[in-house]
Structure formats: structure tokens, C-alpha cells
Design a binder for this molecule. Structure first.
Ligand code: SF4
Ligand code: SF4
Length: 333
């Protein structure tokens, strides 16, 4: 094993049996049919002495969707494998656990870290904050750590100063819940803040009765893959519960869960998308009849809107659907 990998957090590739089950779930395999670009290919190459440098092209293509992990019978942490190898490639150290003293007391019990897409839409930001009880209960952070999320995805270095600045800006003293929009940042925050209750924005939103009670049996609900796979054992129950209660269809079948819209560093590094998000969206919807598509991830709104003539709604907008319905009812009275 090369010296840099020996010090990396991840060494689980040794357990790979070469069963190829990960291929069934991997959108990169689906798009390329190139075994070298899959978890199987990377793990076997590492077992035979390949270095992170030898795997650079393969590492570049992974969307970090996490869909391969539940397929792997050896329970290898395949997303961490890619993250650590990318870090090794870029000479950046593995991310340490940091306990950061909070900067000051915060009145709100809920802190929301929006992803870049949500941050750039002031109206939707306000809607999300309102859904969690308004500004006396929930606080949107100004510094959303987008640079950190991008660096984590690409495996480039994040300085300790920047990490500490970001965590301090969250002001987590007295905070009960931390809600995070970006799935890769969520994984990292769980590692940095092991005692904090941290959940994804999609799960937190879909747990609110004002949101979930607007779901219809004729909806197709699109789960965001990265956050789902960061906590899938618990979330299988959450989404199954929604599906049973409201009857909506979901992208829960293993092979169709992953969509690559959130892999923002990919086109930056490669100049192209290895996995076409429009193709994936078409495939996810294929064979279903639905009257609306509900997306957890705002990045996916435009992609699904381009491939279906039915309305596509961001999850938080279900609250305004309710308001719209109430105002229509009132105007008729
Ligand atoms: S994380 Fe997604 S893209 Fe990467 S290897 Fe696994 S299934 Fe394929
Ligand atoms: S599913 Fe796991 S054990 Fe099987 S080939 Fe893929 S990484 Fe290896």
C-alpha cells in the first residue's frame, strides 16, 4: 500500500470480493460500461497495488451519489473511499474531528445550512425558514460552507482556519437541530460534530406535517441521493412511512435513486458531465404515471422540469401550495 493511503482514513478496499453488485447501482457504470470507473474496478486495482495517482481518471468520474454502498455485501464505505483517495491525490490531509467552541449564544433552536441553489433564491429561503417556524425558531446561516462542500467533493484542501471559522459561524450553543442542505457537507458535519443532531433538509422538510400533508398519491417524490445514503438505514423507514401514508411513488429502487446534479465539481474538473442528469431524470420517471414531481433538491428542479410536461415542485413549495389553496377557498367564500 502506498504511504499516503496508509495514512488515509479509508482502507476497506481489501474486503472487496469482486462480486460486481455495485455496478447495478452505479450511474457511471450505467453511462460508460467501463469497469475501471466503478467501485469494483477501483477496489480491485488498489488490491493489486495501484496508487491514487493511477486511479485519478476513475476518481474524477464518481458523482458521490452513494448508491453503490447499500449494494455492497461487504459493507465497504465506498463514498469515503473516493473522498479519501481524492484527498490523497490532492495532498490534502484527512479531515480531523474538531470540537469548536461556539462563538455566542443563539436564541433559535434550529439552524439551517442551505445549499448553494437555495442560498441564491431569497424567496425560497424565506419559505423554508417559515416552514420551520420563522426567524424566532429557525436561523438560516449566512456562511453556507459552499466552498467547503466543493473542496470535500473534489478532495482539495480545506484549511483548519476556514473549518473553524465556518463551524463557529454556525453558533450552535443551545441549538437542538442542525439541518443541512448539501449531502456531502452533511457527512462531514456528522464527523466534525458527533454529538449534534444533524439531518438533511429533505428529511427535515418531509417530516413537517404542513409539508407532508400536501403530498398526493399521484405525486412522484424524488429523494436526494447523497443525503439519503449518508443515513440510509434510518431513512429507509422514513421514506417507506411517507410512501405508505400518502401513496406517492418515489425513486427508491436501488438502480434509479442516483442523479448527478449535485456533483458540481465534476464538470469543473472534467469539462463535462460523465452522467447526463437529463437521461437519469428520464429514466427515474420511466414507467410511472404521476400528476406532479416533488423534488427535495432545488438543483433537480430544472432537470426534471426539462423532461416532463407535468408540474415540478420544490418540496418547500408544498407549503405555498397549501397557502394558495387556502386563499382560493377564502376568495370563493
Ligand atoms: S458513489 Fe455513485 S457514482 Fe460513485 S461509485 Fe458509487 S454509485 Fe458510482
Ligand atoms: S459490491 Fe462491494 S464487494 Fe462487490 S465488487 Fe463492488 S465494492 Fe467489491
Amino acid at each position: 500500500m502506498n504511504a499516503r493511503l496508509k495514512h488515509a482514513r479509508y482502507t476497506g478496499f481489501a474486503a472487496c470480493s469482486g462480486c460486481s453488485l455495485c455496478l447495478l447501482a452505479c450511474p457511471v457504470w450505467d453511462a460508460t460500461r467501463d469497469i475501471r470507473l466503478t467501485p469494483h474496478g477501483r477496489a480491485k486495482a488498489l488490491q493489486h497495488g495501484a496508487t491514487a495517482y493511477d486511479l485519478a481518471a476513475s476518481l474524477d468520474t464518481c458523482t458521490l451519489c452513494g448508491a453503490c454502498e447499500p449494494a455492497c455485501p461487504e459493507e465497504i464505505d465506498l463514498v469515503s473511499m473516493v473522498l479519501d483517495l481524492r484527498s490523497a491525490l490532492n495532498h490534502s490531509p484527512s479531515v480531523p474531528i474538531i470540537s469548536t467552541p461556539p462563538a455566542s449564544k443563539a436564541a433559535q433552536k434550529i439552524v439551517i445550512v442551505p445549499d448553494s441553489a437555495l442560498t441564491s433564491d431569497a424567496a425560497l429561503l424565506a419559505l423554508v425558514q417559515q416552514a420551520f417556524g420563522g426567524d424566532h425558531k429557525a436561523r438560516m446561516v449566512f456562511d453556507n460552507g459552499a466552498d467547503i462542500a466543493l473542496a470535500l467533493e473534489a478532495g482539495t484542501a480545506i484549511s483548519d482556519e476556514r473549518r473553524i471559522e465556518f463551524l463557529a459561524a454556525l453558533r450552535l450553543e443551545s441549538v437542538e437541530r442542525l439541518i443541512v442542505g448539501d449531502g456531502i457537507l452533511l457527512r462531514a458535519l456528522r464527523h466534525w460534530l458527533p454529538n449534534m443532531q444533524i439531518e438533511s433538509l429533505g428529511v427535515a422538510m418531509s417530516s413537517l406535517s404542513t409539508v407532508k400533508n400536501q403530498l398526493l398519491a399521484s405525486d412522484f417524490y424524488v429523494i436526494e441521493a447523497r443525503a439519503y445514503h449518508a443515513d440510509r438505514e434510518r431513512l429507509v423507514q422514513h421514506y417507506d412511512g411517507l410512501r405508505i401514508q400518502y401513496g406517492c411513488a418515489m425513486n427508491l429502487d436501488l438502480q434509479r435513486l442516483a442523479i448527478s446534479t449535485t456533483a458540481t465539481s465534476l464538470p469543473m474538473r472534467l469539462g463535462r458531465n460523465v452522467v447526463d442528469p437529463y437521461e437519469r431524470a428520464r429514466w427515474i420517471l420511466q414507467g410511472y404515471e404521476f400528476s406532479r414531481v416533488i423534488v427535495e433538491d432545488l438543483n433537480e428542479l430544472a432537470v426534471f422540469s426539462a423532461v416532463t410536461s407535468q408540474p415540478v415542485i420544490y418540496l418547500a413549495q408544498l407549503v405555498s401550495e397549501l397557502n394558495h389553496h387556502i386563499s382560493l377557498t377564502n376568495s370563493k367564500e
